[in-house]
Design a protein around this ligand. Structure first.
Ligand SMILES: [Zn+2]
Length: 237
């Protein structure tokens, strides 16, 4: 019978027989030990900080994870893609929420490069594509369906007011919803309708319509689509 005693294991006992930990490079280990033993944190080196974060997570050293995450957040180069991808890998919920929201929000106009898609991997990338598609389909449906004007008491002219409302929606609201580079959030469109006068639309009619749209939730439904996706990507703790 063959047995293996600890005394027989030579790996990791000498420099000539190093212990091989699968999936961890020498550079990563050195960076990690530099932090653990010598308290060296390379604050402006994103790549090195990710190594410390990864090994901190692997060995479950909270101090290393917190220090690396805090330093990464301070780096101006730390992108939404990195935040989202690393947040998912290392269980940092706030990064998943911030990164994903920035990547799917219609007002951010985020174009992903091939390198970023590769960094994201299939499932996280699919979640972005699917959420963007749902938001776009919803926006298209609102852009081309003008909510019928419900005139308030004292409207000066039902006909002029109704026509002007329809034109405003088709020319401005639809453009804000569908513009490839200048689209704005549904919430911002709502504020714009609430605050800005529309030529020939009675103020009371306009404000009445804003209330109706608010109640229906149609312009803020995109926020719900994002929240829904985040419920499975970053479940509440
Ligand atoms: Zn009216």
């Amino acid at each position: 019978m063959l047995s293996l005693h600890p005394v027989d294991i030579q790996e990791g006992r000498t420099d000539e027989m190093p212990l091989d930990i699968p999936g961890i490079t020498t550079e990563e280990m050195e960076r990690f030990l530099d932090f653990q033993l010598r308290h060296r944190l390379p604050c402006d080196d994103e790549r090195a900080l990710v190594m410390i974060l990864r090994l901190g997570h692997f060995f479950q050293y909270e101090a290393a994870q917190v220090a690396a995450a805090t330093a990464l957040e301070r780096l101006p180069s730390f992108s939404a893609v990195s935040k989202y991808a690393l947040g998912l890998k290392f269980g940092i919920r706030r990064w998943v929420i911030d990164g994903f929201t920035a990547l799917v929000s219609p007002d951010k106009h985020c174009q992903l490069t091939q390198a970023e898609v590769e960094q994201l991997e299939l499932m996280p990338y699919h979640a972005i594509v699917q959420t963007r598609a749902s938001i776009e389909a919803h926006r298209r449906s609102i852009a081309y369906t003008v909510p019928p004007m419900c005139h308030a008491k004292g409207c000066l002219s039902d006909i002029d007011c109704g026509v002007a409302w329809k034109l405003e929606w088709k020319n401005k609201v639809a453009a804000h919803l569908m513009h490839p580079e200048e689209a704005i959030r549904g919430q911002a469109i709502l504020s714009m309708l609430e605050e800005k006068e529309i030529h020939e639309v009675s103020k009371t009619c306009r404000l009445g319509m804003v209330e109706r749209i608010k109640e229906s939730g149609v312009l803020t439904y995109e926020d719900q689509i994002i929240e829904q996706a985040l419920r499975s990507l970053a479940p509440p703790e």
